[in-house]
Design a binder for this molecule. Structure first.
Ligand code: ATP
Ligand code: MG
Length: 675
């Protein structure tokens, strides 16, 4: 048993509401405000306002405000102020294109580009409050146009460039966007593929689109064109001034709409606002990626000062951050666009996939730019493990890496150990950041300073650990009661921070129903993930509540069973899902992707025995299906509800968020032939 690592100062959210609100007010001092706020925090919890037709209480939609009355410009805070502080020559972006093209942007260059883009959008009549959808790959224009929207107060919504026309159409219509920005084509796995036709298809029906702006990326020749509506981005930019005076907006002005990954159903368009979001993005980026100054605690040990509201300039100067997420994912909004740029660090963005042109691409990029903080997803780590079973080749110099991070899913301990050993020399801290599109920024994570207390035996791979300062989390039973250590319950955020989503775009009722109704009386946010607290008080995320498997009354965690399977040398990846069973309620069904050369006849008995040994006989899968791939969302999350549906042969639900739709028939065939 390990001892919990005490924070240098107590989490203000656990002290009192006043301390929490004061803490965020101090953190807001990280930003430049044009006008100071009058109300740091306004919180109107759900209130009982009547009775639903079914006799249950009708609740009002909660209201959240932070820094009300204050005004600021988000783009100014991410770009201009660094230039004004004399850091215009500092690299903001290292851009690595898929075909091998590279370029860098200093903060001064970024300021000019964002200003030109802002002027370009204004010249089209885009106004504050208008929605702009970006359907773009990871290219510098994506960052520049995103910041240009923020600069003029247009609400951006980024859509993953790999999504289908159907997925894009839903987002264009749901946001009521006036402008769509896309490219002629995209590079995908070494080939240029056309994009514009898909964009046209998405805007072919009833919608509010006035213009489609097209960034030239691949040099496609036959780009379909609607005169009057379509404009080349370079034509629109031509002649625009690279000077733009930013205007300050109220802190509660919408900054962007982000759609959830859609792992559990139809994506929800969460709305984040300017002031609160940027404060928490900047602070948590500094906290988690080690920009805070060191302090010596009561125990005489030096570690980062978690409550500091200023960064250590030397740490800022020496950081080369790399968040590997696609820019359209919430992870990238917070830890690739807004957080790192608000903190003025250098960072890498890269286009394409990790395996093109070769599986060592990430290592090459780390070496080329001297990446110091590498933040990625468990799915990527598992694919690197499969590609490099003997570890990272010694030809790559990864010595610049001083911190690792993981996000998107619970990381299997096997993958955590591999990442740390192979990319972090066995000693780099690993921040396993648990959060959601809804929370806007990390809620639970170990801290960079924890690693110094970790002798290898005390590490807790796969544990999201504890709330970041300024927020708090409880693990409770369905009736809200506290649970004993080890008991499985629901994760709720009982004290929120300023980056909590304010609503679901156009559907406040869904915001209430999805997140606040379950614990309306207490005013807690329901995260939708299962969790447990261990004897040290550390929190473990166990997977989606929707995916929880209930075998004869025992609630089992999909993640725990998957991690046990992945720990077996035969298994590359595992997805575990409940399937109907007349006797036990749910049967545990495991879908495994295997290394080459595994004796197939032995798979079921060997893996059943393995899980039984690792967790207990109750967790033993009833069925083990060998599949070529697992259905995943664009952000690499396993879609377990599809596994259940594939196994049971029922109709597949919403699949618009699928990343690997072409793999589905092969998975279905494998499941069918297995049965
Ligand atoms: P939808 O809500 O539409 O089903 P989604 O929940 O996949 O989509 P996101 O907001 O992108 O959309 O993902 C948040 C979820 O990702 C969390 O609720 C959690 O299940 C999972 N997650 C993210 N990071 C971690 C982590 N470090 N450990 C465990 N789970 C994580
Ligand atoms: Mg979710």
């Amino acid at each position: 048993m390990t001892t919990t690592i005490s924070a240098p100062a107590p989490n203000p959210a656990l002290v009192s509401d006043e301390a929490r609100i004061d803490f965020w007010a101090r953190q807001a001092g990280r930003l430049d405000w044009a006008t100071p706020w009058h109300t740091t925090h306004r919180w109107q919890p759900p209130a009982a306002v009547g009775t639903e037709p079914d006799g249950t209480v009708r609740w009002s939609v909660p209201e959240i405000g932070w820094f009300e009355g204050g005004t600021l410009n988000v783009a100014y805070n991410c770009v201009d102020r660094h230039v004004e502080a004399g850091r215009g020559d500092h690299i903001a972006l290292y851009v690595e294109g898929e075909p091998g093209d590279r370029r860098t942007y200093t903060y001064a260059e970024l300021q000019r580009e964002v200003s030109r883009a802002a002027n370009a959008l204004l010249s089209l009549g885009v106004e504050a409050g208008d929605r702009v959808v970006l359907y773009l790959p990871v290219i510098p224009e994506t960052v520049i146009i995103t910041l240009a929207c923020a600069r003029i107060g247009a609400v951006h919504s980024l859509v993953f460039g790999g999504f289908s026309a159907e997925a894009l159409r839903f987002r264009v219509e749901d946001t009521g966007a006036k402008v769509l920005v896309t490219t002629d084509g995209q590079f995908r796995r070494g080939a240029a593929v056309p994009v514009k036709a898909a964009a046209d298809e998405a805007v072919s029906g009833e919608n509010a689109i006035e213009h489609v702006l097209v960034v030239r990326r691949t040099g496609e020749t036959d780009v379909p064109w609607t005169p009057g509506r379509d404009i080349w981005w370079h034509d629109l930019l031509a002649g625009q001034s690279d000077v733009h005076v930013p205007r300050a907006f109220d802190a509660e002005t919408p900054l962007f709409i982000i759609y959830t990954s859609g792992t559990t159903g139809r994506p929800k368009g969460l709305v984040h606002t300017m002031g609160g979001y940027l404060v928490q993005a900047a602070y948590t980026h500094a906290l988690l990626f080690d920009l805070l100054p060191e302090t010596t605690g009561e125990d005489g040990v030096a570690r980062p000062d978690e409550l500091a509201a200023v960064n250590d300039p030397a740490k800022v100067e020496s950081t080369v951050h790399w968040c590997t997420a696609d820019l359209a994912w919430v992870t990238a909004h917070t830890y690739e666009i807004y957080g790192p740029l608000a903190n003025g660090v250098s960072e890498v963005i890269y286009e394409g996939t990790p395996t093109t042109p070769h599986p060592g691409r990430h290592f090459e990029i780390i070496e080329r730019y001297g990446v110091t903080t590498y933040y990625t997803a468990p799915t990527l780590v598992r694919s690197l493990m499969a590609a490099f079973p003997d570890g990272v080749p010694a030809t790559y110099d990864l010595s610049s890496v001083r911190l690792l991070g993981s996000v998107g899913e619970a990381i299997n301990p096997e993958a955590w150990r591999w990442l740390r050993a192979q990319v972090g020399r066995g000693t780099a801290p690993v921040v396993d950041t648990w959060w959601q599109s809804e929370t806007g920024a990390t809620i639970l994570s170990p801290r960079p300073g924890d690693a110094q207390f970790d002798d290898g035996a005390t590490a807790k791979p796969g544990c999201a650990t504890r709330p970041v300062p300024g927020v708090s989390v409880r693990v409770v039973a369905e009736d809200g009661a506290d649970l004993a250590p080890g008991e499985h319950g629901l994760a709720v955020v009982d004290k929120i921070g300023p980056s909590m989503a304010r609503t679901v775009w156009g559907d406040p009722q869904r915001y209430l129903d999805s997140y606040w109704r379950a614990f309306a009386e207490q005013g807690w946010f329901l995260a939708g993930d299962g969790a447990k607290v261990d004897a040290d008080g550390d929190i473990w995320i166990l997977g989606r509540v929707d995916d929880v498997i209930n075998v004869s009354g025992h609630r089992l965690s999909t993640i725990e069973i998957e991690s046990a399977l992945v720990a077996h040398p035969w298994v590359v990846e595992a997805g575990v899902a409940p399937t109907a069973d007349a006797r036990t309620g749910h049967a545990i069904t495991a879908f495994v992707v295997l290394h080459d050369g595994v004796p197939l006849a032995d798979v079921t008995p060997v893996l059943r025995a393995h899980v039984s040994h690792e967790i207990g006989p109750i967790a033993k899968p009833a069925h083990v299906a060998v599949v070529p791939d697992l259905p995943k969302t664009r952000s690499g999350k396993i879609m377990r509800r599809l596994l259940t549906q594939l196994f049971e042969g029922t109709e597949l639900g919403d699949t618009t968020s699928l990343q690997n739709a072409p793999a589905i028939p092969a998975i279905a065939d494998a499941v069918a032939s297995w049965k």
